[in-house]
Write a protein that binds this ligand. Sequence first.
Ligand code: FES
Length: 395
Amino acid sequence: MRSPRVNAKRHVMAQDTTTYRPQVAPAAAPKPRARATKRQYVRFAFYTIDPQWRRLPAERQKQHKLELVEIIESFNRRMLLRPYSLMGTRADIELLLWQVAESLEPIQELATAILSTSIGGYLRLSASYLSQTKRSIYEIRDNPDEDIERLIISPSDAKYLFVYPFIKTRPWYRLPLDERQAIMDEHIRIGRKYPAVKLNTTYSFGLDDQEFVVAFETDEPSDFLDLVQELRDTESSMYTLRDTPLYSCIRMTLAESLDALGGPKIAKPRQAEEYVEAWAEVAAVEDIAEGMARVVYLNGQQVALFHVGGRFYAISNRCSHARGPLSEGELSLSDEACIVTCPWHFAQFDLETGKVVDGVASAPVPTYQVEVRDGVVYVGTKPPVQLSQADATSR
Ligand code: FES
C-alpha cells in the first residue's frame, strides 16, 4: 500500500530518460595506451579437483595449495594470469585460470608445471579454449579505437566473468560484408546499452575447435543476463551455430580460489577496501528541466539523475526490488522529502537517502553526491556507510 503521506504530495512526472554518455572526470579517465599491433594468445583453462583430494589430511592439502600458488605465481612475469572460482555456479567445473601471453610457450610451460605439482595428479582439466586477440573486420563506428584496443587484453576489476565458445553458421560467411556490417551495427548498438558489461572477443579459427571465445566482465550479472536476452532478438542471433557451454566465474585471488575447493584456508583475510572517490561531469543544468530525470553513468554504473524542487538528486537507476528503472518513476515532492516511485511494482525511495519509504522493496538503493558548478552537474561516489538493519528502511 502506498504511504498516504506521500500520496498527498505534489506529483511531477519524470519523462526525459534520454541516455547520456558522460565525460568521466580526469581522475577516473582511462590512461592513454600505446597502439599495439602484436596479437596475444589467450587460454581459458577450467579445472575440477578429484574428490579423493578432499579426503587427504588437512596438512597435505595445505602443502599442495601452497606449492601450486608458488608455481603459478612464478609465471606472473611472463603472462597475465587471472584466477576465478566456479564453485556454486556449475556442477562440473570448479576453477578457471585465464591466461594471456605473447607466445604459446609460457602457456604450454604453465600447463606442464601445474600438472607436475603434488596437487596436479588430482586436478582434471575439464575444458580448455585457446584463442588469439585480433582486430575486428567490422567497423566500430562510435569508437574506432576499440578495434585496436582489442589486441591487448586488459581485464578490469569486475567481480564476475562470463565465458563461452562461439561458432557462427557457414551461411553467415557467405553474406556480403556490407550486410554483415549492418547486422553487426545492430549488435554493437545493443551492447552499448549495457556499459557496465565489458566484452573481450578473441579468435580461435584454426587454433581450436570454436571460432571465437567471448568473455564478458561485469559487476552486474543481471546486466549481462539482460544483454544476452536482448541479443536473442537480433538478426545476428539467426547466424549463431553454438554459444555453449557458458561458464559463470567469480573473481578471486589464487589462494581464495583454491580455498574454495575445500581444505584448510591459505588466503589471508581481506583488508577493508580503500574508498576511492570518483566524479563524472554528467550534464549541463539546462539539459534537465525541473521535474525531469535522466540516466547518466558513473564508473560504468547507471545513475538516475533527478531535477526536482530546485535541486539535483542522484541515485542508482536500478530498483533494489527487481531492478526496475527508477529514472522512469513518478516523483512526489513535499517539504520533508522527495520520493520516487518505481514504475514496475511501485516501491518508493527517498531521493536524498535512498531508503525505502513504502512498497515491496526491502533494501535501500545507493545514492551519489551531486554538485553544480558553472552550470554543469557533477555526480560523485559517496564514502561507504554502514547501514544498520533498522536504518535500511525508514518505515
Ligand atoms: S522493480 Fe521496483 S518495485 Fe519492483
